[in-house]
Design a protein around this ligand. Structure first.
Ligand code: HEM
Length: 436
């Protein structure tokens, strides 16, 4: 054991463990002021980046709010929407018109200069969405931080996002899958109080919708105005306000427009035509006879609840994540989190070698790290008695999203049993390889 102290791999393993412990702290869940000590200016840096882009282009506020919604709805608020590459979420049809990526890049660059490797992109995007609401004169609220960035980003996962032709039943179902009820649905779609839609996404409602005429749920007096803005066979990329007359302001006039048959998207107007959602539109409008609800307050609280989804299982990690966490953490330990540097699963050996070399790891290290996946048997570093238990929890070709404790037997408690498990070969990550 003495020799181990002079072994560079020992130090590497120690540092991996420290990084893992730091990651575990994060996995305990989010909280307001997570960066108060590690990066005190984190929130002000994000806000000033959003503000400065907003000054030159106010459209980035709705752009960022929508980007955040699309990020959170697909595998939680983990910034997976930002990941570039073929068939990532970014490339999927519902995300093609998203805007505001440059704001996140800008904030990230400034944060890396101020406190390298500390602030996750998932938090930057969440803070930027909150700041966008505030800048458009909506409510300000305290955002719990400490989210972790995801590594998985698949275009095919985005089918979960609600579509603009979707029935209310189906919209409700999609929100219910996140524990959100009808009131939450209406409050959150109220995010359409700011921003625009491209003509191509709703002009079918203006011409030949039923029997050659426009959608009968559109106020007939509004139809010519919309037709002038989006002429048949005109420029489908032209954008018009989702909340006519108040597209730059975070207020309740979006709901008043729905009541007046002046909703732009088919899915929005349905919030009024369907009695189960209409009740909440009326309450947000404070209509006589209804129990009033404050839109801004409800939006903030539900929005906040939604962004907490990823913190739902403190101390646990999905089976699929196991394979990616340690790689991320070893990147973290050397230079700070930079997901762009992670080797891709289709990456050439030459390129993989280069990326590992950047962290002082040679070909032997690469092979040691990779053989976990290729030697046909379980990782020899895992206690053999522990293997069947893990295999039962994560069967081969089983449900990769199933979640298991990182600290077997004490996953809900922040204590030292994680290290005891390491000593006993009962860890689920492959950092033990580095001891060998
Ligand atoms: C049933 C649920 C929803 C549907 C079907 C839906 C659909 C759409 C569509 C089709 C657009 C126009 C996109 C474009 O032309 O670029 C849009 C824009 C927008 N959506 Fe939603 N959305 C939904 C829920 C939400 C939620 C929950 C939020 C945020 C809390 C949100 C925020 C926005 C914003 C801010 C815009 C304007 C984007 C911009 O101006 O760039 N949406 N949405």
């Amino acid at each position: 054991m003495k020799g181990a102290y002079t072994n560079p791999r020992f130090f590497l393993a120690m540092t991996v463990m420290l990084a893992m412990a730091a990651a575990l702290v994060q996995a305990q869940g989010t909280r307001v002021g997570f960066y108060a000590r590690t990066c005190p200016r984190a929130e002000s840096i994000v806000r000033s980046a959003v503000q400065s882009h907003f000054r030159s282009n106010p459209n980035i506020a709705p752009g960022l709010l929508r980007m955040h919604f699309h990020d959170c709805f697909v595998q939680g608020c983990d910034a997976s929407i930002l990941i570039d590459g073929p068939n990532t979420e970014k490339t999927a049809p519902p995300n093609r018109l998203l805007r505001g990526y440059e704001v996140i890049d800008d904030a990230k660059t400034q944060l890396e200069a101020a406190c390298p490797g500390v602030v996750s992109c998932a938090d930057i995007l969440t803070l930027a969405a909150r700041d966008s609401v505030f800048l458009t004169r909506g409510i300000n609220w305290a955002v719990p931080t400490g989210r972790r960035d995801g590594r998985v980003s698949l275009a095919s996962d985005t089918t979960i996002l609600p579509g603009f032709r979707e029935s209310i039943d189906s919209q409700k179902q999609k929100f219910a899958a996140f524990g959100l009820n009808t009131q939450d649905l209406v409050a959150l779609v109220g995010g359409h109080t700011i921003g625009t839609s491209a003509c191509q996404l709703f002009s079918y409602r203006l011409y030949n919708f039923t029997n050659g005429g426009p959608d009968p749920t559109i106020n007939p007096a509004f139809v010519p105005q919309l037709q002038a803005l989006c002429p048949q066979n005109g420029d489908g990329s032209r954008r018009i306000d989702l909340d006519t007359g108040s597209g730059n302001r975070f207020d309740t006039s979006f709901f008043a427009n729905l009541r007046n048959g002046r909703g732009i998207l088919e899915s929005d107007q349905k919030l009024w035509t369907d009695p189960s959602t209409r009740t909440f539109v009326q309450r947000f409008l404070g209509e006589k006879g209804s129990r009033p609800l404050n839109f801004n307050v409800e939006f903030a609280s539900y929005y906040d609840a939604k962004t907490q989804l990823e913190a739902a299982g403190p101390g646990v990690v999905s089976c699929a994540d196991i394979l990616t966490l340690a790689t991320r953490d070893s990147v973290f330990l050397k230079r700070g989190i930079n997901w762009a540097n992670l080797p891709g699963f289709k990456e050439s050996i030459g390129s993989q070698k280069q990326k590992f070399a950047a962290f002082g790891l040679n070909i032997q290290d690469l092979v040691a790290l990779v053989d976990y996946f290729t030697n046909g048997g379980p990782d020899p570093a895992i206690n053999p008695a522990f293997v069947p238990q893990l295999e039962a929890l994560c069967p081969q070709n089983g449900d990769g999203t199933r979640r298991i404790d990182l600290d077997t037997g004490s996953g809900n408690r922040f204590d030292t049993s994680f290290f005891v498990n390491l000593r006993n070969g009962r860890e689920i990550e492959y950092n033990k390889k580095l001891w060998m």
